[in-house]
Design a protein around this ligand. Structure first.
Ligand code: MN
Length: 339
């Protein structure tokens, strides 16, 4: 009797465990699709190739990837889509016939694409879409409805939740599309993506921006690890005259409070989202393109946001007798106050 009960309890906990995971995290197919969409949006063919291989090895079909990379054109333009599809073609050719082609879309709905597209759009978003912009430029409203939500979203071999997952990954990988990204996060949530899954898609999109940044990620920063919480990566760029390094922080990673004596430091933000804080002052949020000029003798720290990778170039301003003084950690209590 005890044995049977144990089996039942184990069975329930296994089922519960699997169920919880399914709602809490992206599965490996979803991860690969988010990575592929993000790399395609960035135009990074090497990264895309890795994501496609990961997906194909784990059950994403060739036709599912074709759908996602065709959809890329609606959000990122034909050049990104055509280059991404070329990469998919090359990857599948190189792998021979071992990949599952997967289902093709079913027959198109009958009637006008504008009508069923408008109905799809309403169902996808949860309410009819209208607004001043669409009155100002009615052509874009028609193209969105008839073409994006009609022609593309009527192709039913990829479900809408997956299409939204890909769209969120694409928009999070592009510059200055914050309002569209926010809308699509709401649409993704409306189509069953959990808050944790959305956070994971955004983290994937940040990471694809860091993996292949202009100056390289470099190796794990073991030499300075004792002055950091979390893992950081260091790519030294030059030591002649001026010390310049590219530093990448994983989400939540930050360095201890520290002081640059004599010579200060200049930070040039390259990718992701992070923080800079001077002792006794509020923390400053940092984004790509931001420049922080840290004067000598100012106690400060810098690092990633809790949900984002972060990369900055650190320039050591040369001065005679310059040195660094490493101080206490930035406590979880202090750090967790930051968004
Ligand atoms: Mn510093």
């Amino acid at each position: 009797m005890k044995k049977i009960l144990t089996i039942i309890v184990l069975g329930i906990s296994l089922f519960w465990g699997e169920n919880t995971m399914a709602t809490e995290a992206l599965n490996i197919k979803q991860q690969a699709i988010a990575e592929a969409a993000s790399y395609a949006a960035r135009g990074n063919q090497d990264g895309l190739k890795r994501a496609l291989i990961k997906g194909l090895d784990n059950g994403v079909t060739v036709n599912e990837f074709k759908e996602i990379l065709v959809q890329v054109y609606a959000y990122c333009g034909f050049p990104r889509s055509l280059n991404a599809l070329t990469t998919l073609m090359q990857v599948t050719e190189a792998r021979g016939s071992k990949d599952d082609a997967g289902a093709l879309p079913g027959a198109k709905p009958t009637g006008s694409a504008l009508e069923y597209g408008a109905a799809n759009q309403t169902r996808l978003i949860g309410a009819p879409v209208s607004g001043k912009l669409y009155e100002f430029a009615p052509a874009i409203d028609e193209f969105l409805k008839a073409h994006l939500f009609g022609d593309i979203f009527a192709r039913d071999n990829v479900d809408w939740q997956t299409r939204e997952l890909a769209t969120i990954a694409m928009l999070a990988s592009m510059e200055n599309t914050q309002s569209q990204l926010e809308s699509h996060i709401k649409i993704g949530r409306h189509n069953g993506l959990s808050e944790a899954q959305v956070a994971e898609i955004l983290a994937i999109a940040d990471q694809t921006g860091v993996d292949d940044v202009l100056f390289g990620k470099g190796g794990e920063n073991t030499a300075y690890a004792k002055y950091f919480i979390g893992t950081s990566y260091l790519q030294p760029l030059t030591r002649d005259g001026v010390g310049i390094s590219n530093v990448t922080f994983e989400p939540k990673c930050r360095n201890n409070w520290h002081i640059h004596h004599k010579g200060g430091q200049i930070l040039l933000v390259v990718a992701g989202r992070g923080w800079y804080q001077e002792w006794g002052k509020p923390a400053q949020e940092l984004h790509p393109g931001d420049v922080v000029n840290i004067p000598p003798e100012v106690k400060h720290w810098h690092g990633a946001a809790k949900d984002s990778w972060f990369t900055h170039i650190a320039v050591a301003v040369p001065a005679e007798g310059a040195s660094n003084e490493w101080l206490e950690e930035v406590s979880d209590e202090e750090y967790d106050k930051l968004k």
